[in-house]
Design a protein around this ligand. Structure first.
Ligand SMILES: [Zn+2]
Length: 359
């Protein structure tokens, strides 16, 4: 276990650190105080376009029969696996001879897709067909829409219900974070950039990371990539997770040679929720990580294991696992998901890769 001498343990206070910066920025750049954009990294499910499946529908010729038909058809062919599908659509605005159309049943079966009559679909007088027109095949969305974009696409095929995720909608329209929050994000990313530059001066890859407790705004750890040292696995995110562990009295590595890798000791961050002391074993529960560039698969998985809450990164990476190659943060089969935003100080973070590594 590595314990740093107290003189080298940094105690930052995000609020005092930020103030002079944002005041200066305001006077220097009155028009565009924030030249970067924070963009949500959606899951594959949120990004995919709408998948369709065939169903039999039929016109309702007599509106008076509509509620009876809905009731009887729903009893015979419930759409239990597809609760987002509305059974009936209105044809009022379309140039249509009938007022409504109703989904009769799925047409997924092997030999079911040759056009059938209402009598074939409802043999043995299961259904009183009065008021119902001849069935036709149509396509409806398989999955409930998760974003407004998916909703609009889905609804163009057949009416669906949509439980809007406010966070995603606000994030996509760029109004999820307040100016104060963006200022704080910027100051944390600036710390990560600084760490990356300090690491590069020591011959490391210019990648930096910062872990913040968002409930207090306190920086718990600052680290940079150390893979060019003794351990090739010490990517910035791995280092930063380990530094948080150091702050909790754990940690696996020794940062003697890397003075820019620092942490806030447990005693100074008593508000934290995931300390070993209160019995929660996960190192980063509830915390945010700022990374100058998109983490690789190993680091993205380490962030799953340590139960990070949110990740903010600056620039994408060709080996990235949080958008570029994978969406590890939202992998359906993993037992922890985290929220990812990219684009914070993107230009500065991108420029870090231009720093030539010494040695
Ligand atoms: Zn990595």
């Amino acid at each position: 276990m590595a314990t740093l001498p107290t003189s080298r343990v940094c105690v930052w206070d995000a609020s005092t650190l930020m103030e002079p910066h944002c005041k200066r920025r305001k006077t220097e750049e009155p028009k565009d105080a924030c030249p970067w954009q924070v963009v949500p990294v959606l899951s594959e499910r949120e990004l995919q376009s709408v998948t369709l499946m065939p169903v039999y529908a039929a016109p309702v010729l007599d509106k008076k029969q509509a509620s009876r038909l809905v009731k009887e058809v729903s009893a015979l062919y419930p759409l239990g696996d597809y609760p987002h599908l509305k059974r009936v659509r209105s044809c009022g605005s379309v140039n249509s001879s009938h007022p409504l159309e109703i989904i009769l049943c799925l047409a997924g079966g092997k030999d079911k897709q040759s056009l059938q009559t209402a009598l074939e679909l409802f043999p043995d007088h299961q259904l009183d067909l009065s008021g119902l027109g001849e069935p036709f095949l149509t396509q409806v969305p398989v999955n409930p829409p998760l974003t407004r974009l998916q909703y609009e696409e889905a609804a163009s095929h057949w009416p669906v219900t949509f439980h809007e995720n406010k966070r995603i909608s606000q994030a996509l329209s760029g109004c999820l974070f307040t100016a104060a929050e963006k200022t704080s994000m910027q100051s944390h990313m600036e710390l990560a950039i600084q760490a990356a530059q300090n690491g590069a001066r020591q011959g490391m890859k210019p990648v930096g990371a910062v872990v913040v407790d968002p409930t207090t705004g306190r920086v718990l750890a600052v680290g940079h990539d150390c893979r060019n040292g003794v351990n090739p696995l010490l990517h910035a995110a791995m280092v930063c997770i380990d530094l948080v562990a150091c702050g909790q009295g754990g940690g696996a590595y020794d940062y003697q040679d890397y003075p820019s890798c620092t942490f806030l000791p447990l005693a100074d961050s008593s508000n934290q929720t995931s300390s070993c002391a209160d019995g929660l074993p996960y190192i980063c529960t509830g915390y945010d990580m700022y990374l100058t560039r998109e983490p690789c698969t190993m680091c993205a998985m380490a962030l799953v294991h340590s139960r990070i809450e949110r990740v903010f990164y600056g620039a994408p990476s060709p080996h990235g696992a949080l958008a570029t190659n994978y969406h590890i943060h939202s992998c359906k089969d993993l037992n922890h998901h985290y929220v990812v935003y990219r684009g914070i100080l993107e230009d500065q973070c991108r420029n870090l890769s231009q720093i030539s590594v010494l040695k």
